[in-house]
Design a protein around this ligand. Structure first.
Ligand SMILES: Cc1cc2nc3c(=O)[nH]c(=O)nc-3n(C[C@H](O)[C@H](O)[C@H](O)COP(=O)(O)OP(=O)(O)OC[C@H]3O[C@@H](n4cnc5c(N)ncnc54)[C@H](O)[C@@H]3O)c2cc1C
Ligand SMILES: *[C@@H]1O[C@H](CO)[C@@H](O)[C@H](O)[C@H]1NC(C)=O
Ligand SMILES: *[C@@H]1O[C@H](CO)[C@@H](O)[C@H](O)[C@H]1NC(C)=O
Ligand SMILES: *[C@@H]1O[C@H](CO)[C@@H](O)[C@H](O)[C@H]1NC(C)=O
Ligand SMILES: *[C@@H]1O[C@H](CO)[C@@H](O)[C@H](O)[C@H]1NC(C)=O
Ligand SMILES: *[C@@H]1O[C@H](CO)[C@@H](O)[C@H](O)[C@H]1NC(C)=O
Length: 572
């Protein structure tokens, strides 16, 4: 199977829109019915008709956000339930025009585009189970090249109340970058300079649009930096700012932690253009609130990240890759749990179930042939061969105690690289397999639950039992070192609702096992209901309070992570 086949397959995947989410459009054609609140807290209905809406918006833009008694800005409660909010007010078409004109005056027309192709590229990456509605498309793409640009642009956007979606690598998986309120997409990819590498401190200062692979390739190319890397990896093509905003992790996280643990400080532009830097450069700090952590996983809803100081990790001097096969999933997860309990440090622990192994064999990308049974890929690392061999002995012993059927090493670096790059690209292999072997219109629903490690075996068993009652096939792979599983389900377009129901059941099982609906991908538009199920409405209401405190006009990536509009009808 060729790369082109995968790409063609992907293109096919993106073609068929399925059940779109519906949101009220922002300003539309005067048909929208909105509500507003006067100073006495009395709700007035603004009926359709551009005149009334126009007057309403006029009044609002001058006084709405600052007026005394305005329950959106200075309410007395510690949390903000959705019911305490009025619908957001965004600028009109005319405001958007004026806004764009000013942005062009400020950063030049080369960085402000609305060609059909560019709008399309920023609409949907094709991985999200729920497709954007036809109108959920950006109107303008703005390319920023510096923190100052972003600040200037945000000041203008704030003046005209235009919704803005921050966008970097575009590899997120839950509708994170959908233009649910068609306005501006701010693509920060041009900000891709590596500003400084402090190799003695093991950190690097990066512009927001630096890719994790770009950084690692650069480090590998400089003799002084050759043994350093970013500990965190995720989808090929992702940028550090996107990774901060989803708290991404991936294969290295079991050893180095997720993105949150791999950053020291960030520079962020807030909704009104204010620029803040969250910390200086020491590793340690008790200086005030942890604002760095506040922005981690905020999915572009709190600010635009323009610079990131990341920690660098030292590549292990010696590393070996083992492939261990088991008769059952339970044996494999028990092995992992036992390894952790014994304090054996592993640099990667990836689980692939029998269907996933079949899919890898099918792809022909791995030269060695393996059995189609549950399999663990391990990276075992250390100071030198002697040290690593000590670890290997123990890993082998524990695997054997748990009935492993095969324990093999990658022959050389190339074979090890092959195994992990196949794992990294598993998503594409699965899609390719599905198009060819299941249905040419097949789709895949990617789930991302994580449970405490000791609950993993029970969770997987229960999931398999439930899935067996559905007419759907799935493959499981996961960063099991962190108890994180991608239970990925194939469906045909007319099975969307069935699959959605299964996904809901999967999340319920995860919660019952003290888990989360998202180990690493985030909430986006797709999992807002699961987030509420998981943490409770008070916790989500507190998040909403934070959102409104920092972004009172709700301009930044509206509708992601949590609802910001009481009229938002989506029950996803
Ligand atoms: C094949 C494949 C494999 C993957 N594997 C993994 C994996 O192993 N682990 C993992 O964690 N994820 C994985 N992902 C998901 C994805 O790579 C991560 O979620 C990644 O962090 C997204 O980064 P991005 O640069 O593509 O961000 P985008 O998709 O562009 O954006 C992500 C979020 O960040 C916001 N954002 C973007 N730029 C900025 C900015 N400058 N300031 C503020 N907010 C911003 C966006 O609004 C959005 O909410 C995978 C995806 C694919 C396609
Ligand atoms: C975002 O901008 C970069 C830099 O101009 C560009 O290479 C990339 O293709 C853009 N993203 C999308 C989805 O078009
Ligand atoms: C990021 O992810 C890690 C690991 O999943 C988690 O412990 C942490 O709480 C997350 N958030 C932040 C802000 O670091
Ligand atoms: C704050 O949050 C960041 C990001 O999650 C984390 O790396 C850091 O350890 C936290 N604490 C301090 C004091 O910075
Ligand atoms: C692996 O794939 C080859 C053909 O691609 C097939 O002949 C073989 O039976 C497969 N092996 C397993 C174990 O599935
Ligand atoms: C490997 O490292 C250990 C621990 O530092 C040391 O005792 C041993 O001599 C080293 N062995 C080799 C072959 O370098």
């Amino acid at each position: 199977m060729s790369k082109t086949a995968i790409l063609n397959g992907l293109k096919r995947l993106t073609k068929v829109p399925i059940r779109p989410v519906r949101f009220y459009s922002v300003e539309s054609n005067g048909k929208r019915i909105g509500t507003s609140t006067n100073d006495n807290g009395v709700r007035l209905s603004l009926v359709s008709g551009s005149l009334i809406v126009g007057i309403g918006l006029g009044l609002i833009s001058s006084s709405y956000f600052v007026s005394k008694g305005d329950k959106q800005v200075f309410p007395l409660q510690s949390t903000t339930p959705l019911t305490a909010l009025d619908p957001p007010r965004y600028g009109s078409d005319e405001d958007l025009k004026l806004c764009i004109k000013e942005i062009i005056q400020t950063i030049g027309s080369d960085n402000v585009k609305n060609t059909e192709a560019e709008l399309d590229h920023h609409t949907d990456n094709g991985f999200n189970p729920t497709k954007p509605q036809p109108h959920q498309k950006p109107r303008w793409i703005v390319y920023a090249t510096s923190t100052e640009d972003v600040s200037a642009v945000m000041k203008i956007i704030n003046k005209y109340n235009i919704p803005v979606v921050p966008f970097s690598g575009g590899t997120s998986l839950e509708g994170h970058t959908y233009s649910t309120r068609p306005g501006i997409v701010l693509n920060t990819s041009k900000m891709n300079k590596i500003l400084a590498v402090h190799h003695k401190d093991l950190d690097a200062v990066l512009q927001a649009g630096v890719g994790w692979q770009q950084l690692n390739e650069y480090l590998a190319s400089v003799p002084e930096y050759k043994n350093m890397m970013l500990g965190c990896d995720c989808g090929p093509g992702a940028h550090v700012c996107g990774m901060v905003n989803t708290n991404a992790s991936g294969i290295g996280a079991t050893r180095y932690g997720s993105m949150g643990a791999n950053i020291i400080s960030i520079t962020v532009v807030l909704a009104d253009g204010t620029v803040v830097k969250t910390k200086k450069r020491p590793r340690k700090s008790s200086a005030g609130y942890n604002l760095t952590g506040l922005f981690v996983g905020s999915e572009g809803t709190l600010g635009i990240v323009t610079e990131v100081t990341v920690k660098l990790q030292v590549r292990p001097p010696y590393e070996t890759v083992a492939v261990v096969q088991f008769p059952t999933l339970k044996d494999s997860t028990n092995t992992v749990a036992e390894l952790f309990q014994k304090g054996i440090q592993l640099n990667a622990v990836e689980l692939l179930d029998s269907s996933m192994m079949k899919c890898i064999n099918y792809s022909n990308l791995v030269s060695k042939k393996y059995d189609n049974v549950p399999t663990l890929f391990f990276k075992i690392s250390g100071l030198n061969k002697t040290v690593v061999q000590e670890y290997v002995k123990q890993v082998k012993q524990i695997s054997q105690d748990n009935h492993c059927s095969k324990f093999e090493f990658a022959k050389n670096e190339q074979e090890a690289e092959e195994l992990f790059s196949t794992r990294k690209n598993a998503l594409y292999l699965m899609l390719d397999y599905a198009f060819n072997e299941i249905d040419e219109n097949a789709k895949m629903w990617i789930t991302d639950c994580a449970v405490p490690l000791s609950n993993l075996a029970a969770t997987l068993e229960e999931l398999d039992k439930i899935t067996a009652t559905y007419p759907l096939t799935h493959m499981t792979l996961g960063h099991v070192g962190d108890g994180n599983i991608h239970y990925d389900i194939f469906y045909e377009p007319d099975q969307f609702e069935i699959c959605k129901q299964l996904v809901a059941e999967i999340n319920a099982v995860t919660l019952k096992n003290e888990g989360t609906c998202s180990g690493e991908h985030g909430i986006g538009t797709g999992k807002r209901k699961f987030l509420e199920d998981e943490l409770g409405s008070d916790t989500v209401d507190l998040m909403r309070k934070v959102k409104l405190a920092i972004d009172p006009k709700r301009l930044l990536n509206p509708d992601k992570v949590l609802k910001i509009d009481p009229l938002d009808p989506s029950n996803e």
